[in-house]
Design a binder for this molecule. Structure first.
Ligand SMILES: Cc1cc2nc3c(=O)[nH]c(=O)nc-3n(C[C@H](O)[C@H](O)[C@H](O)COP(=O)(O)OP(=O)(O)OC[C@H]3O[C@@H](n4cnc5c(N)ncnc54)[C@H](O)[C@@H]3O)c2cc1C
Length: 627
């Protein structure tokens, strides 16, 4: 076996992942841990300052309720999420996050984040729930607060350690294992409670950008399904694994469209000039009541554009020039003011990309796009798993203690495994939390996990035999490479192993062609999904034969194994849900209609670590009375 030193870390609370959810968890947990004399350790596969989905920065905070100024109520937010998710959301979780999110945003401002304000000092909204920010350094600011809180409480941070598996004994979490991505070290974390927050998953499906563009995607490529894998492998019940997210974005550079639609009030049109949201309005009747209420759910907006594409009306375009023109129009009688306004709008248009998707600005520049002169192509991206955004996949977690919710079996945000909590993309059915809501949810879970440790925390009984087995399994790709690398002249071709890149392509091909990816126009069916399951059997066999030339590739191997588990949970759940509820995200062509009578419910799944069997189940949807 590869000769890695084993490093053991004992802590009370282990926070896995250093993104928005877990930075929130660290900030809050550190405070309560210090009061109770407990230790907190945090571990991330990257460096906190630039890790996760917000690595490049963002140009807007997407969840702010504005209770202080009477802008909205928490109940308004619950209704909004219910509507956008076609009736399927955990309203207790959404409510809990919404009632805490404003205070999180105020903390962000206190920590140094520049939130745009108008002449009266009020926040500038991009849309009803979104605030404009100068967000290039958003992640650094939030990470700094988490680091300071941990330092103040005597906590520890481990960066560049990739977590693979949970350690579970008798349905109770006792820690996690992983390896350094820089040194030959295997890590064993022993903990009384664990908060999982390793983001969602990208590159499970074949991306639009292949070949020279490989690596470009809407969702930064760092998150590989570690949360789903970790919670599934622990034996936790999962929810909404079918609810992937497909954003419509500027094509190929994946630049954001939010500012265009919401701030600049831009229209999206087909190549023939028809505005699909207007031309195809009647289609929305088929998706009542959600299709007929406002705002129209994101998946239905996607769907109307996809219908245009199916009808041969593509490409689709964002009317940037028209939007800028209309905004500047009010100054048309004053040439100096007009010129100034045009410059300002142009700067805002570019800054939107420079804040969070620099590659789109580069693409625009290389294609001579001047947004004020010419419209720009948009397209539906490949599917992603991002339960904190407009998808919903994640673990099934316990609701808030003070709400009369039917989903309550323990501490807030605890999964069905004792002591294992989930936040952000790792916790399901509570979409639209975004950066701020994930952080707020992290704070909720951080406090809750410390309460769990104080009331129920037991010394973690880690089975050393199991840890040794895991170590051998996790490092096996290095051994396999060493054993067979000299048998062929081309290291990429070898009957004894498969390299992670090839393996990823195989996974992506299955997902793309059978589970409704880009090349199958987001359509699938029972037979296609069953065929995918047959192919998964071979893929899983070959996962045992993954080989790694170095530490870097060892990480790639495990990222792809985790993606495979996310993919399988997804395929099984779309197969289970015999209806089409989220056209625009995926379309079950053999069950093309929404079936409120039989499928107005959560589709949950669970993998049993003892038997290796999957179980699928329905769970009722509960609406907050009177909301
Ligand atoms: C392209 C894009 C645009 C967005 N735009 C906005 C926006 O404008 N406004 C807004 O409010 N929100 C936006 N969001 C949503 C926001 O980024 C997410 O909701 C939020 O980051 C989720 O937090 P998280 O903690 O679950 O995941 P992340 O913040 O992604 O953090 C996950 C962390 O886990 C770590 N990790 C992953 N795997 C492992 C492993 N195996 N071992 C150890 N660590 C691991 C990662 O390094 C990372 O630090 C956007 C998201 C994306 C992808």
């Amino acid at each position: 076996m590869a000769n890695f030193e084993t490093v053991e870390v004992s802590t009370d609370l282990l926070i896995v992942g250093g993104g928005f959810g877990t930075c929130g968890a660290a900030t809050e947990a550190a405070y309560w841990a210090k009061k109770n004399g407990l230790k907190v350790a945090m571990v991330d596969k990257a460096a906190l300052d630039r890790s996760g989905a917000v690595a490049m920065g963002l140009s807007a905070i997407n969840q702010y309720v504005g209770v202080r100024d009477g802008e909205n109520t928490v109940e308004d937010y619950v209704r909004y999420v219910r509507q956008d998710l076609m009736g399927i959301s955990r309203e207790d979780l959404v409510y809990n996050i919404a009632r805490h999110v404003d205070s999180t945003v105020h903390l962000f401002e206190k920590w140094g984040l520049k939130i745009w304000t108008d002449e009266e000092g009020k926040y500038v909204h991009e849309g009803r729930w979104q605030l404009m920010i100068n967000g290039e350094s958003y992640k650094i600011i939030i990470a700094e607060a988490a680091k300071n809180a941990l330092a103040d409480a005597g906590g520890e941070i481990y960066e560049r350690v990739f977590i693979t598996d949970p350690l579970v004994e008798n349905n109770r979490i006792v820690g996690a294992v992983g390896f350094s991505t820089r040194e030959e070290k295997f890590y064993v974390f022993k903990a009384k409670a664990v908060i999982a927050g390793m983001g969602g998953a990208v590159h499970v499906f074949r991306p639009r950008s292949v070949g020279e563009g490989l690596g470009r995607s809407w969702y930064p490529p760092f998150n590989s399904g570690s949360s789903a894998y970790f919670t599934l492998k622990a034996g936790a019940e999962m929810t909404c694994q079918e609810v992937r997210f497909i954003p419509v974005r500027f094509k190929d550079g994946y630049g954001p469209v939010g500012a265009w639609f919401l701030l600049f009030k831009s229209r999206a049109i087909s190549a023939e000039g028809g505005e699909y949201m207007a031309v195809r309005k009647d289609e929305l009747q088929n998706w009542a009541p959600y299709g007929l209420a406002k705002p129209i759910p994101a998946n239905l907006r996607n769907y109307l554009g996809m219908l245009d594409m199916d009808a041969g009306l593509g490409p689709l375009y964002m009317e940037t020039n028209e939007a800028i023109g209309k905004l500047a129009d009010q100054y048309k009688d004053d040439p100096k003011a007009f010129k100034k306004k045009m410059k300002e709008l142009e700067a805002e248009a570019w800054e939107d990309f420079l804040d969070m998707t620099i590659s789109q600005a580069i693409l625009w520049a290389s294609q001579n796009v001047k947004p004020e002169e010419k419209h720009s192509e948009i397209a539906a991206c490949e599917p992603y798993f991002i339960g904190s955004h407009s998808g919903a996949s994640g673990a099934w977690v316990s609701g808030p203690e003070d709400l009369d919710t039917p989903y309550k079996w323990g501490y807030a945000n605890m999964t069905t495994i004792d002591g294992l909590f989930a936040v952000g993309d790792a916790s399901g059915a509570s979409s639209h939390k975004f950066s701020s809501g994930s952080h707020a949810e992290g704070r909720i879970a951080g406090k809750s996990a410390i309460k769990y440790i104080v009331e129920k925390g037991a010394e973690p009984a880690v089975d050393t035999g199991k840890v040794e087995e895991l170590k051998a399994k996790i490092l096996a790709p290095l051994d396999l490479w060493a054993a067979h690398c000299n048998e062929t002249t081309d290291p990429e071709v070898n009957t004894n192993y498969i390299l992670p890149r090839q393996f990823m392509f195989r996974l992506q091909k299955i997902m793309d062609e059978y589970a409704g990816g880009v090349t199958s126009a987001f359509k699938t069916s029972k037979s296609l999904l069953e065929r995918a399951m047959e192919l998964f059997v071979f893929l899983k066999e070959d996962a045992e034969k993954l080989a790694a030339r170095d530490l870097y590739e060892l990480e790639r191997c495990w990222e792809n194994i985790q993606r495979m588990w996310q993919g399988e949970a997804h395929v099984r759940t779309i197969l289970f849900r015999e209806e089409t509820r989220w056209p625009g995200y995926y379309f079950r062509a053999d069950t093309p209609k929404m079936d409120e009578e039989n499928w107005h419910c959560f589709a949950n799944c669970k993998w049993d670590p003892a038997t290796g069997e999957w179980e699928m189940m329905k769970r009722d949807v509960w609406n907050i009375p009177g909301v």
